[in-house]
Design a protein around this ligand. Sequence first.
Ligand SMILES: Nc1ncnc2c1ncn2[C@@H]1O[C@H](COP(=O)(O)OP(=O)(O)OP(=O)(O)O)[C@@H](O)[C@H]1O
Length: 266
Amino acid sequence: MRFDDVWFRYARRAPWTLHQVGATLEPGQTIVVLGRNGAGKSTLLQLAAGVLRPARGAVRDRPAVVGWVPERFPASQPFTTVGYLRAMAEVRGLPPTAADPWIDRLGLTPHAGTPLADLSKGTAQKVGLAQALLAPPGLLVLDEPWEGLDAPSRELIPRIVAEVTDGGGTVLVSDHRGEIANLPGAHHWTVADGTLHVAPPPDIATDADEVVVEIAVPRQEAAAAVDRLRAAGHRVLRIRDTSAVRREPPAPQHPAVVSEKTGEGR
Ligand SMILES: Nc1ncnc2c1ncn2[C@@H]1O[C@H](COP(=O)(O)OP(=O)(O)OP(=O)(O)O)[C@@H](O)[C@H]1O
C-alpha cells in the first residue's frame, strides 16, 4: 500500500493539513507515527484507513480488510457491548459468535450487557479495538491505542500488533505517550510542518555487556516463547516473520525472536 503524493485539507480554502505525502507500507511492517499535538497524525491515519479521502493524490493498494481504531471510540450508539460486537461481526460477514473470543480476551465479559454509552473511556476503547480485530486485518490502524487503557490492556497492544504483522498485515499506530518502546523493530514516521518524514527502524541499542542472540521458533509458539523470554529477564527486541513479508505461502516457517540477556533481570 502506498501514499502517492497525497494532499489533504479540511476545507476548500484552508491551509493544507498534509501535503506531498509519499510513503510505502509493506506487509508485515509496524509503523509508528510521531509528531506534536495537531501535527496531523490522526489525519494521516484516517487517510490510510480510508476514513478521509485525499484532495489530491491517492492512497493505493489498500488491503481489503482494514481495522480502524479511532482515538475516541464513538460510544453514543444504541447497543450493548455484546450486541454491538456481534452486529459488527455480521457486518464483516462473520457469524455473530466471532465476537466472543475478543470479548473474552479483552476482558469485556463483565461489560457484555452494558450499553456502550455507559462504558468507561478505557472499556469503550477496548470495544473499539475488538471491532477492528474481528476479521484479521490486512491493515490495522490504531490512533493512540494506549489512551485510557489500564496496564494489563496496554500490554496486550504490542502482542496484538505482533500477531497482525506475523500474519502478513501492516500496522500503523500513532503514539505521543512514548509507548513506542514497546514496539521494537517498528518504522518511525514523523509528521511535521504538514509533511511526512520516513525513517527506517532505529538500530538496536545494546549495553556494553549485552549480546544479541537470534533464535527461531515455530510460528504458533512465538507468543509463548516471547512470554517465557521476558519472564526469564531477557529483552525481546524484535519479532520478525520473513515469510509474511515475502508473501510466501503459510508453511512451517520459523519466525525469529531476537532476544538479549540483560544480566539485570529487566
Ligand atoms: N475535523 C476537522 N476539521 C477541521 N480541522 C481539523 C479537523 N480535525 C483536525 N483538524 C485540524 O487538523 C490539524 C491536524 O489535526 P490532527 O488531529 O490530525 O493532529 P494530531 O497530530 O493527530 O494531533 P493530536 O496528537 O492532538 O491528536 C490540526 O490543526 C487540527 O486542528
